[in-house]
Write a protein of this length. Sequence first.
Length: 66
Amino acid sequence: MTSTKRFGSRYGRKPKTKFAKIEAQQRAKHKCNACSKIAVRRLAMGIWQCTKCDIKFAGRAYIPGV
């Protein structure tokens, strides 16, 4: 729960563990469908970009899959 330490003792344990799980998925690099490299990063909610081939596409809010 390193990313949730910024909340301190607020909000309780269970919401912070759920948030940490979602945030870890969102901040991880994902596989690009165009070039098959693991280089897709999240730009904004639902907008994803591959850092290798510079393709932008729409996906889910926290993961790029359909």
